[in-house]
Ligand binder design. Structure first.
Ligand code: GDP
Ligand code: IMO
Ligand code: MG
Length: 430
């Protein structure tokens, strides 16, 4: 039986949610392994729109186990609110179909405050984060002062953990001119939320290893995208977790040998939210058109996404760092009607041609995209469900993308709707 990891291969918002939902029909377990509610995954099923942030995109299908792994950072108040919203849309969420790893770090209110305080302090330090406390919580995890799900079960431990965290945070807040944290009020808040979270807590590593041995299929749902990875992204304009496929293993506690297929989700053009380099960014009518046709506004923050041409050079790089076996090309329909399409095939750095994005920030800033042009198509691809429905030039574009990124297309998506998806190679096939 195959286990599949889904990862974003650009700067996030590639359409991971739609593809995870579509693939989850073939899976038994759907597990988030990094990130938090900075993610915004949109599913459209028969016109009904679901926006998921902390919950795995598998929850909307009945009969599947959804898992929040230890690699995730979890805001318990947000989760309870999100469960309420999704339940109001008719989806059942119980400890039978949702499990949270006991060793998952908790995002607390002061993490969000710190995130937002840093973002507003001065423009030099600004990353353009989602303001949801993701970075500060991961810092606390690595700093060995985070509060984890299991700590909610015992008051004495909880108090110790809070005191440990506050030694650091109150000193930091003092420097930032913020009020110190009210210890007892925070403990009371945590004690109040604990009974709502603890029923979902479980040793996820154990459950998943048992499922694997029983031949169940696990679908790992990545958040963000490889160019936001803490190591391989456009640092420091990145998120605070490893996003690439290797993280699926440590983010739930399953061996790397259990992963059979890595599916990279790739948008047919490029978008990015927040600050940071973006070689193929367009600030002309073509960029405007991509944003309008693609409805490129953030699912989590509502911010306008920056838009640009497809960057094959970057995607070849991200397919390599994640070991992508096949891609799902999404939003091809957004390119309908362009007379000419451009694809970035390399960079010009001070007169030298590069086939990858260098690491040094000053060099990244000087990289000028080298474009190849392709003819567009005037026909509509929206809602296409087979290759036969695609115009010849659209097929040529897809084939050229495959060549340039050195990776085959396994799935093609032609609209936000679940079933407007073309299957080329089944990632779950043995
Ligand atoms: P994610 O974060 O990777 O899950 O992506 P988002 O949900 O943030 O953004 C992708 C957006 O594109 C959502 O509004 C989806 O409904 C939409 N979408 C996904 N696939 C397609 C597609 O093939 N065509 C079009 N037009 N929209 C799509
Ligand atoms: P999904 O899963 C796009 C970006 C933020 C910011 C940077 C750091 O929907 O693809 P953070 O709040 O994580 O510290 O912000 O990362 N970012 C995303 N961009 N899609 C996402 O998630 C993102 N999650 C974080 O805009 O630039
Ligand atoms: Mg998103």
């Amino acid at each position: 039986m195959a286990n599949v990891v889904v990862v974003g291969a650009q700067w996030g918002d590639e359409g991971k949610g739609k593809i995870v939902d579509w693939l989850s029909e073939r899976a038994d377990v759907i597990a988030r392994f990094q990130g938090g509610h900075n993610a915004g995954h949109t599913l459209v099923i028969d016109g009904e729109v679901y926006k998921l942030h902390a919950l795995p995109s598998g929850v909307v299908r009945g009969g599947k186990l959804s898992v929040i792994g230890n690699g995730v950072v979890l805001d318990p108040w947000h989760l309870i609110k999100e469960i309420g919203t999704i339940q109001a849309q008719g989806v059942e969420i119980t400890p039978e179909n949702l499990m949270i790893a006991e060793n998952t770090p908790l995002i607390l209110p002061f993490h969000g405050e710190l995130d937002r305080a840093r973002e507003s302090q001065n423009s030099v330090a600004k990353i353009g984060t989602t303001g949801r406390g993701i970075g500060p919580c991961y810092e606390d995890k690595v700093g060995r002062r985070v509060i984890r799900v299991a700590d909610l079960a015992d008051n004495a431990t909880l108090e110790l953990r809070v005191d440990r965290a506050l030694v650091h945070h109150n000193a930091l807040r003092n420097g930032l001119g913020l009020e110190p944290i009210d210890r007892n009020a925070l403990i009371a808040q945590l004690q109040e939320i604990a009974p709502k979270i603890l029923p979902f807590a479980a040793p996820v590593w154990k459950v998943l290893n048992e499922k694997r041995k029983a031949g169940k299929r696990i679908l790992f749902e990545g958040a963000q995208g490889a160019l936001l990875d803490i190591d391989f992204g456009t640092y420091p304009f990145v998120t605070s977790s490893n996003v690439i496929a290797g993280q699926a293993s440590t983010g739930v506690g399953i061996g790397p040998g259990s992963i059979d297929f890595v599916l990279g989700i790739v948008k047919a053009y490029t978008t990015r939210v927040g600050e940071g380099p973006f070689p193929t960014e367009l600030d002309d009518d073509d960029g405007q058109r991509l944003g309008e046709r693609g409805h490129e506004f953030g699912t989590t923050t509502g911010r306008k996404r920056r838009c640009g041409w497809f960057d094959a050079c970057l995607v070849r790089q991200t397919c390599a760092t994640s070991g992508v076996n096949g891609i799902s090309l999404t939003k091809l329909d957004v390119l309908d009607g362009f007379e000419t399409l451009k694809i970035c095939v390399g960079y010009d750095l001070d007169g030298e041609r590069l086939d990858y994005l260098p690491t040094a920030a000053d060099q990244q800033a000087r990289c000028k995209p080298i474009y190849e042009e392709m003819p567009g198509w005037s026909e509509s691809t929206e809602g296409a469900r087979s290759w036969a429905d695609l115009p010849a030039n659209a097929i040529k574009y897809v084939r050229r993308v495959e060549e340039l990124i050195d990776c085959p297309v396994a799935l093609l998506s032609t609209s936000p709707e679940r079933d407007d998806t073309i299957l080329v190679t089944d990632p779950f096939a043995d």
